[in-house]
Design a protein around this ligand. Structure first.
Ligand code: SF4
Ligand code: SF4
Length: 81
């Protein structure tokens, strides 16, 4: 979680279930941001600042090993009624 002026921003990265991952590498191939990489025969997302939240990795994963959590942005209301 981080603060950005009046906003509270909660960011989670796509999560990978190592029990479901078969190491096919499709998610690495489709990631244009180079945020996800193979380490050995497993996938690890290592650079949170690079992820562009396109969810392509989740879409191509044949084993449903990747889940893209939502980005939650909470904005303070400063307007008058
Ligand atoms: S959501 Fe998109 S940018 Fe982020 S790791 Fe997956 S493919 Fe890469
Ligand atoms: S696409 Fe899915 S199964 Fe294939 S390497 Fe990525 S997380 Fe693992």
């Amino acid at each position: 979680m981080s603060t950005d002026g009046d906003r509270i921003v909660m960011v989670e990265m796509p999560g990978i279930d190592p029990e479901k991952c078969n190491g096919c590498g499709l998610c690495v191939d489709v990631c244009r941001c180079h945020a996800v990489v193979m380490v050995g025969n497993r996938v690890t997302i290592i650079n949170t600042k690079l992820c562009g939240w396109c969810a392509l990795c989740e879409m191509v994963c044949p084993t449903d090993a990747i889940r893209c959590a939502y980005e939650i942005v909470v904005e303070e209301r400063s307007g008058k009624k």
